[in-house]
Design a protein around this ligand. Structure first.
Ligand code: IMP
Length: 173
């Protein structure tokens, strides 16, 4: 497998995150927002999106297992690292790299709702078209992309290519 054509360029990502950050800044004005990044994939979106949010944001991270070494979702979500702090009464914004089947976020939302946050919303850089198996209300979406397996900007193929500054499809050699 190799990195193929670019789906979203670095410039497009930056412009979109600026827009999303401005909307988040407006929507959460006067509130204490806790941005929760889902590791490992969301580390890059989190860092770049947060720099466009003009509020006193706090951060936390969760790590969940997703695909492992396969390119298809198993539907099984395992929490590898939970949040450091309680979220009761907090305005929580989950930040994710990509929503594919929606199973990961669906599980996380249910898990976090039980902890009684004041609000719980989702931001995802990428949403794969047509493949959602679970209906999710993603409040902030960057780009809708075709259902190909993509890498870059936090997304991996066998743990590689997360550092690419753009999003590209994986192709056969
Ligand atoms: P979902 O549960 O099917 O929505 O999958 C969500 C997780 O699977 C994401 O957070 C990614 O870690 C991973 N994932 C889904 N699609 C891709 C892809 O095209 N490339 C790399 N990772 C992906």
């Amino acid at each position: 497998m190799k990195v193929g054509r670019t789906v979203v360029s670095a410039e497009e990502i930056d412009a979109k995150l600026a827009e999303m950050g401005a909307r988040i800044t407006e929507d959460y004005r006067g509130k204490d927002v806790l941005m929760v990044g889902i590791l490992k994939g969301a580390f890059m979106v989190m860092a770049d999106l947060a720099r466009h949010v003009d509020l006193p944001v706090e951060f936390d991270f969760m790590a969940v297992s997703s695909y492992g070494y396969a390119t298809q979702t198993s539907g099984v979500v395992r929490i590898l690292k939970d949040l450091d702090r309680e979220i009761a009464g907090r305005h929580v914004l989950i930040v994710e790299d990509i929503v594919d089947s929606g199973l990961t976020l669906n599980y996380l939302i249910k898990n976090l709702r039980v902890r009684q946050p004041a609000s719980l919303e989702l931001a995802a850089l990428l949403l794969k078209d047509g493949l959602q198996r679970v209906t999710l209300d993603v409040r902030y979406i960057g780009f809708e992309i075709p259902p190909d397996f993509v890498v870059g900007y936090g997304l991996d193929f066998e743990e590689k290519y997360r550092n690419l500054p753009f999003v590209a499809v994986m192709e056969e050699e």
